[in-house]
Design a protein around this ligand. Structure first.
Ligand SMILES: *Cc1c(COP(=O)(O)O)cnc(C)c1O
Length: 353
């Protein structure tokens, strides 16, 4: 019996490995593997979710009009500059679909967000991975990697999984070197955690028709389970990204929760402040233990453990702490609440730098 013939790329594509939860022998469990918010949903957001649930026999607003309006107002941009998707990973997929053609190249740093290679493969694009320098995007090398075939560049700022940033002057210099017909996406999944004032708000796209920003409600806004992300870019970019979305991509409950979250932004950003303080505390404590931890502007720290990476992840699991190991490169550890962070720090200390 023969089987259907699938695309060859499905056999070679790197799978997306989601962060796992682990449970210690004593039953403790701290999930520091997915960069989630440690806080549960706000009461006002829960209420919006409950209200929306009463109407889910109806299709959602296909254009997500109210959420689009709320985002446009929040960022003082025209509504035509906003495009939505079911999580920013889905928006990223929509972005790849807008430019993918046989032979087209996508440039991104490596290591960076692990969805990029998968999405490039699925879109049939060729990945051009430019190694990090000092755990940071090497924008010079990325500019040098541009060819006639380049159609898309992702800059993840802050970078997942290293937490490092590229600052305004070097980014502007880089963008000046990118041809106007190449789409540049600044992936700002963690922008709410940035405290370095030299890191540009990606809304720098305003002067640049080929640049757009990608953002999400999954991290700082705590809606990872609902799947809402968005792009802000000039009208032709946003329009193209809307065209490649599947119909009704953002469900009704997600739309309502995202709108409620924008209304509760002050409360949510207070929580972000707590995480930022914990991040700085965790990084300093690790450095005091003898670890080398790159400066981080996100809600996680990066430990380049090399060959010790799998062993470290297993050791932390013994404490009930799930971290995110990447092969034999290193581990990314999300910032949780104070209690979880203390358990992680105890595990790191016991393992030994
Ligand atoms: C977490 C993350 C995303 C997106 O997540 P969604 O839940 O799909 O919105 C996008 N980019 C980066 C770099 C991330 O780390």
């Amino acid at each position: 019996m023969s089987t259907p013939r699938f695309r060859a790329v499905l056999d070679t594509m790197p799978p997306y490995k989601p962060g796992k939860a682990v449970v210690a022998p004593d039953g403790r469990s701290f999930k520091l593997s997915s960069n989630e918010s440690p806080f549960g949903p706000l009461p006002s957001v829960r209420e919006a979710i409950a209200e929306a649930a009463a109407r889910i026999h109806r299709y959602p607003d296909p254009g997500a009009t109210a959420l689009t309006e709320a985002l446009a107002e929040r960022f003082a941009v025209p509504q035509e500059h906003v495009a939505l998707g079911g999580g920013s990973v889905a928006v990223a997929q929509q972005i790849f679909e807008t430019v993918a053609e046989p032979g087209a190249e996508a440039i991104y740093a490596w290591r960076s967000f692990e969805a990029y290679p998968m999405l490039a493969d699925l879109a049939g694009m060729t990945s051009v991975q430019v190694p990090l320098t000092d755990e940071t995007h090497d924008l010079d090398a990325m500019a040098a990697a541009i060819t006639d075939a380049t159609r898309l560049i992702f800059v993840c700022n802050p970078n997942n999984p290293t937490g490092t940033v590229n600052r305004s002057a070097e980014l502007a210099e880089f963008l000046d070197r990118v041809p106007g017909d190449v789409l540049v996406i600044i992936d700002e999944a963690y922008c709410e955690y940035v405290r370095d004032e030299d890191v540009p708000d990606g809304l720098l796209y305003r002067d640049r028709p080929n640049v757009a920003v990608l953002r999400t409600f999954s991290k700082a806004y705590g809606l990872a389970g609902l799947r809402v992300g968005y792009l802000i870019g000039h009208e032709p970019v946003a329009a193209a990204v809307r065209k490649t979305a599947v119909p009704f991509a953002v469900n009704a409950i997600a739309q309502a929760a995202a709108i409620a979250s924008l209304r509760a932004e002050d409360e949510l950003l207070e929580r972000v402040e707590t995480v930022v303080k914990e991040r700085d505390r965790v990084r300093e404590a690790l450095i005091a233990q003898g670890w080398t931890i790159p400066p981080t502007e996100a809600n996680f720290v990066w430990m380049r453990l090399g060959d010790r990476t799998p062993e470290f992840a297993e050791f932390c699991a013994g404490y009930g702490v799930a971290v995110r190991p990447f092969g034999t490169e290193g581990a990314r550890v999300s910032i949780g609440d104070q209690g979880a962070n203390d358990v992680f720090l105890a595990a790191a200390e016991a393992f030994g730098a």
